[in-house]
Design a protein around this ligand. Structure first.
Ligand code: SF4
Length: 693
């Protein structure tokens, strides 16, 4: 049966799928064979994606609270938009433009991310805009920027992995988070390649690996430096490549020399023979990859942690060689594109710095405003959320495509800040935990009900197509932004047509790092996606960006020396166990979408803590028992799952659930000084068994 070819609503693999609208029958999903990322595969989330379109509590009318303690009640669009316009206007008159903030998401299409950044800067005139991607892979973006002069997901098409001789995955559980990705790694292993996994848990991915390094949480820098030490000691570094294509190696060599094997083992807990084997596998492969994800990125030293893995990759001569390299496995659906078009506090479209006069002049020209009217850099995501309602902080927040009540670190404190606002506006298609706390809720169209482009983890720009009609009463985000811009008498054009917005985005990105100016909807259609940078219509796009030179001033990649320092919060007598957080197969991010899809909710119904039987025995905790997990910030109540697959000094809680089982009630908002990434991946906790009722 014919259908509409499109892409999955969830993660950054952006698997290709066809949506079949069966008329009176429910809409159905089938996988596409013509999309290399998934080549006919889907995970459980993808197979059930059509059920998102019919979730029972779908929002179909704007809602408004008429008084602080009043309930949310349905209202008309004009009433909702007029109230937002009036209240933001009052606050801006009283406190200045930065009293109104905007928060976006890594799942928004490129068009929406672009329009949201423009809306904040020239319709509201505020510098206070950031997005939840700051919580996702901002440290990898910062580390890639300082090493390569650019940040773009994988170093080449995902299919390159199949011909790799070795892949080191640091902090990625792709077998659960994006299962079709495993096909490429399985093909690599079938061809004789080796998979090396770095993770404190023996995850589904680690179980399929040839080598599993299981470090103490927060010690990845020592591990990467230890691997580099071994590479140097065994003469495995690629000195010719280092001399020809990099700078700064001497300082990194000096640092690595101090991570002799016994010391690295003492810090990380990873046995020396395993480290030695890992580095030999990587160095001896004709092609190899070093890939990081949230496990090594979500740290208060996240940028340095990623730099330590990039240093290893550079020393082995991988980046800029066809079929090899360093890459970041982006998480959210448009985690890559979402960070390129100007919804970050410090950036303008094209991945340009907002404090760069040339960038400001170019973008202001496209927007039809004076460069001097563009605000400067604003607060990063957590700093913005924690400033809400404070003296000098924003008094109103307009939030699109994010659910920080569940997904932000130290979530109870963030919830308190949201409660201190004069005005909270949430645009979403379901009543998320954050939407339920809003003063105004705007019901939006969702993935298959509208068109747009997404940039997947390869840096390939793809088309999402409208396949079904949205319910009566909802509007697209572009329609909402255009209506508000008109009421606010904003300068410039505010199209509601994604194709027209993409045309403007292309002009705004021209000449920037993320140059989309040669990409059109027609080309994406004809070529099955186009890799950026693509600076002109006759440019073929750039699947492998660093083959000739790195986009740094001298064309060389830069080593950055980094020292192990440990987690921001270490275990002690009061909080003696490490907590790490992550995802499970059947849920996605804050769970606002997947908890509403029946088969997914049945497969993963509620929060749990995974702990080693030795630790459980010491604490008197039994399988299936209730457990109170406490950190210095709060407490969560979860169910115990005993497994020998985790270190006995570490517990794991997935972060998909709301209420008392929220993992982020516990997490540490300590921020990376470079990327402002919070330390989601390690903090200190204690566990108390709950009495059986
Ligand atoms: Fe969707 Fe990601 Fe699953 Fe693919 S791997 S079907 S993109 S959730």
């Amino acid at each position: 049966m014919a259908g509409t070819p499109t892409h999955c609503p969830y993660c950054a693999l952006q698997c290709g799928m066809t949506l079949h609208d069966g008329g009176s029958e429910p809409v159905r999903v089938t996988p596409r064979d013509d999309v290399p990322a998934n080549a006919g595969g889907l995970c459980q989330k993808g197979w059930t994606a059509a059920e998102l379109l019919t979730v029972p509590d779908r929002l179909t009318a704007p809602m408004m609270r008429r008084g602080r303690a009043a309930p949310l009640e349905p209202c008309g669009w004009d009433e909702a938009l007029d109230r937002i316009t009036a209240e933001t206007g009052r606050l801006r008159d009283l406190h200045g433009p930065d009293s109104v903030a905007v928060f976006g998401g890594g799942g928004l299409t490129n068009e929406k991310a672009y329009q949201l950044g423009k809306f904040a800067r020239i319709a509201l005139g505020t510098s206070q805009i950031d997005y939840n991607g700051r919580f996702c892979m901002s440290s990898a973006a910062a580390a890639s920027g300082r090493a390569f002069g650019m940040d773009r997901g994988l170093p080449g098409p995902v299919t390159d992995l199949a011909s790799s001789g070795a892949v080191l995955l640091a902090g990625a559980n792709v077998a659960e988070t994006m299962p079709p990705f495993m096909r490429h790694l399985t093909r690599m292993r079938e061809g004789g390649g080796a998979l090396i996994v770095v993770d404190p848990r023996r995850t589904a991915t680690a179980r399929q690996a040839d080598l599993h390094l299981q470090p103490t949480p927060g010690t990845d820098i020592a591990l990467a430096n230890g691997l580099l030490h071994l590479a140097l000691a065994e003469g495995l570094a690629d000195e010719e490549y280092i001399a020809a294509r990099t700078t700064g190696f001497d300082a990194v060599r000096t640092v690595a020399n101090a991570y002799w094997p016994d010391r690295a083992e003492r810090i990380t807990g990873v046995p020396v023979p395993l480290m030695r084997e890992a580095v030999r596998l990587l160095a001896r492969a004709a092609r190899a990859h070093v890939l990081t994800a949230r496990g090594s990125e979500q740290h208060a030293r996240g940028t340095d942690t990623v730099s330590s893995f990039i240093n290893l990759a550079l020393a082995l001569g991988l980046p800029g060689r066809e079929g090899s390299g360093y890459g970041c496995l982006t998480g959210q659906g448009n985690g890559q594109g979402g960070r390129e078009h100007g919804q970050k506090a410090d950036q303008l479209p094209g991945y340009r710095r907002i404090d760069d006069p040339e960038a400001r002049a170019h973008v202001a020209g496209v927007w039809g405003v004076d460069p001097g009217d563009l605000p400067g850099p604003g607060r990063s995501a957590y700093e913005l959320l924690s400033a809400l309602g404070t003296a000098g902080g924003p008094k109103a927040l307009l939030l699109f495509g994010s659910n920080p009540v569940v997904s932000a670190p130290d979530a109870a404190a963030v919830e308190e800040r949201l409660g201190a606002l004069d005005l909270l506006v949430v645009a979403d298609f379901v009543p998320s935990e954050t939407a339920r706390r809003a003063d105004v809720v705007l019901p939006t169209a969702q993935w298959a009900e509208e068109s747009g482009t997404m940039t997947n983890l390869e840096g390939r720009v793809l088309r999402r197509r409208r396949a079904v009609r949205p319910p009566d009463g909802v509007r697209t985000d572009l329609e909402i932004l255009a209506a508000l811009a008109e009421r606010l008498k904003a300068p410039g054009k505010w199209s509601t047509d994604p194709r027209a917005v993409f045309g403007e985005l292309r002009r705004a990105s021209a000449g920037g790092i993320a140059d989309y100016s040669g990409i059109t909807y027609e080309r994406i259609e004809a070529e099955g996606g186009v890799f950026w940078p693509c600076p002109s219509p006759d440019h073929p796009g750039t699947p492998r960006p660093y083959l000739d030179r790195f986009p740094t001033p001298d064309g060389r990649a830069r080593f950055v020396p980094v020292e192990h320092g440990g987690a921001a919060e270490d275990v002690d007598a009061d909080y003696p166990v490490y907590l790490t957080t992550g995802r499970v197969l059947a849920q996605y991010q804050s769970g606002a979408q997947t908890r509403r899809v029946r088969p997914l909710a049945e497969a993963a119904p509620g929060p749990f803590v995974e702990l080693h039987p030795d630790l459980a025995g010491r604490l008197g905790i039994e399988e299936g028992a209730g457990v109170r997990v406490e950190s210095r910030r709060g407490a969560a109540t979860v169910t115990a799952r005993l497994t020998g697959a985790i270190r006995s000094d570490t517990v794991f809680i997935p972060f998909h659930w709301a209420g008392e089982g929220r993992a982020n009630l516990l997490t540490n908002p300590a921020l990376d000084p470079v990327s402002r990434m919070p330390e989601f991946k390690v903090c200190a906790v204690r566990l108390l068994p709950l009495p059986v009722e």
